[in-house]
Design a protein around this ligand. Structure first.
Ligand SMILES: Cc1ncc(COP(=O)(O)O)c(C=O)c1O
Length: 401
């Protein structure tokens, strides 16, 4: 008998497949399109160094002391004003600063989910959300979708009987992993369906500022404030190293999330919050984020061109209008997981799409990040991938007459 008898929920905690894959792919000579990291070249190191100095000279003791669980008040006010600019009216009192938006997902799971409670997710969805929700032992219902996002009818079909589906987790902007964005009409229809079915929504939006041609439509939370919990992050527009995210909760839910936050870590590091606030308080992001957009757009274009040139016929992908990822569906007979070792041996790594499905993974899918390689590396890497796929399909054609 084991000395350490673990809670039932621990059986639902699994290593992130992506992190396991990254270990295999992080070999010298392998170009990686597998990571979900932002480009480190976008980190504003000088601005952060100066902000650290200012915080340490102007408020050293407060910055290094324990702080409020809700977060640093001026940062909460900044978040509320920033969201107001996107059409989402929120009070600073509704903002909870979290240790990355990943913590926000965990807090939502802790407060909202019981064993056996239904929760709905997109097909496919962000793997980290599945990791956050699964330990609370919900029944995960996949929402059917198309290139424009989840279908409103799939919300209508969710379990309604009291207490009903606890929430539907949606990623409206440049979704991880598919890169898709919900058009205006789909947003309106989804919110209407959720209101009619009385299914609250959790809206996760770490990529919304990384649009290439036009900003995305207004957030879901702006359409149904009391029914949508909104999550945001500084990871993709500044740096993930500070672990700074936030949630905006309807007043009815905020106190419980705050209590869960207190139990988890008392508060998000106050020094980090002050430094980030010092960096951004006078409009820094207004000039900085467009430089990230411009950079990522060039990389997106390079990948689009390379995919067109090198992937075998029958491959399918959608052009992402923002964010960091292409989502590719390979031709029949290709299993992205089975082909990964060959791709890595050839010098190119990706994430098999199977990792992102709650149920019934599509083995032909894979995710490619375009933000950490140069346009030339992207062209070379996709050429290698195309070579591996063509070779596999040619071999297959030989064995299946
Ligand atoms: C969709 C989505 N949500 C949440 C996160 C977590 O971000 P963070 O905890 O760095 O704010 C990520 C990270 O990649 C993500 O892709």
């Amino acid at each position: 008998m084991s000395l350490w008898n673990q809670a039932r929920r621990s059986a639902r905690m699994n290593p992130s497949i992506i992190r396991e894959i990254l270990k295999v792919t992080e070999q010298p000579g392998v170009m990686s399109m597998a990571g979900g990291l932002p480009s480190a070249e976008t980190f504003p190191v000088e601005a952060i160094r100066e902000a650290c100095d200012r915080v340490l000279s102007e408020a050293p003791q407060a910055a290094l002391q324990y702080a409020a669980s809700e977060g640093f008040a001026p940062l909460r006010e900044w978040v509320a004003a920033h969201l107001g600019g996107m059409g989402l009216k929120a009070e600073a009192s509704q903002v909870l600063i979290t240790t990355g938006s990943q913590q926000g997902l965990d807090l939502v799971g802790k407060v909202m989910l019981d064993a056996g409670a239904p929760v709905a997710v997109e097909t496919p969805t962000y793997l980290g959300a599945l990791q956050a929700f699964n330990p609370y032992e919900p029944i995960v219902a996949p929402l059917a979708g198309d290139d424009d996002g989840p279908l409103p009818a799939s919300i209508e079909a969710l379990p309604h009987d009291a207490p009903g589906t606890r929430f539907a987790y949606l990623l409206p902007n440049y979704q991880n992993p598919t890169g898709r964005v919900l058009p205006e009409a789909r947003r309106a229809a989804l919110v209407q369906a959720a209101q009619a079915a009385r299914v609250p929504l959790v809206e996760d939006n770490p990529y919304g500022d990384l649009w290439f041609d036009a900003p995305p439509p207004a957030p879901l939370a702006s359409r149904w404030p009391e029914g949508v919990l909104y999550l945001g992050s500084f990871s993709k527009v500044l740096t993930p190293g500070f672990r700074l995210g936030y949630l905006v909760a309807p007043q009815a839910l905020y106190p419980k999330l705050l209590q869960a936050k207190q139990a988890a870590d008392l508060h998000t590091p106050g020094f980090n919050q002050r430094v980030v606030h010092e960096v951004i308080r006078q409009g820094f992001l207004d000039a900085h984020v467009p430089t990230i957009r411009e950079r990522y757009r060039r990389q997106r274009d390079a990948m689009a061109e390379a995919l067109q040139r090198h992937l075998p016929e029958g491959s399918r992908w959608q052009m992402p209008q923002g964010g960091m990822f292409f989502w590719v569906r390979l031709p029949e007979g290709c299993d992205a997981m089975a082909l990964l070792p060959k791709a890595v041996a050839a010098g190119i790594a990706y994430v098999p799409g199977a990792a992102f499905y709650a149920h019934a993974p599509d083995p032909r899918t894979l995710r490619l990040s375009f933000v950490t390689l140069s346009p030339q590396e992207i062209a070379d890497g996709v050429a290698l991938l195309g070579g591996v796929l063509r070779e596999h399909l040619a071999l297959q054609a030989e064995v299946t007459p």
